[in-house]
Write a protein that binds this ligand. Structure first.
Ligand SMILES: [Zn+2]
Length: 73
């Protein structure tokens, strides 16, 4: 896997991912990701992305304005 900066150095890390859907903002903290040690760009795996999107959809249905979710390490 090559980062957009073309100097990808793989490093497991945890990132904060904000998702905005219309009026709803969900901020996920401590999301496991591959983090580029050169530029800080992060890459989520497919399962993680899917989980975050599904949660965001649920928050939209609840009419939530802003939610902050801290994932377990
Ligand atoms: Zn990079």
């Amino acid at each position: 896997m090559v980062c957009v900066c073309r100097a990808y150095k793989a490093g497991k890390g945890a990132v904060t991912v904000p998702l905005v859907r219309g009026e709803t903002t969900v901020i996920f903290k401590n999301v496991p990701a591959d983090v580029c040690q050169n530029c800080g760009e992060y890459y989520l795996d497919e399962t993680t992305t899917q989980n975050l999107l599904e949660y965001a959809e649920e928050a939209v249905k609840r009419g939530a304005e802003i939610e902050v979710i801290r994932l377990a390490a």
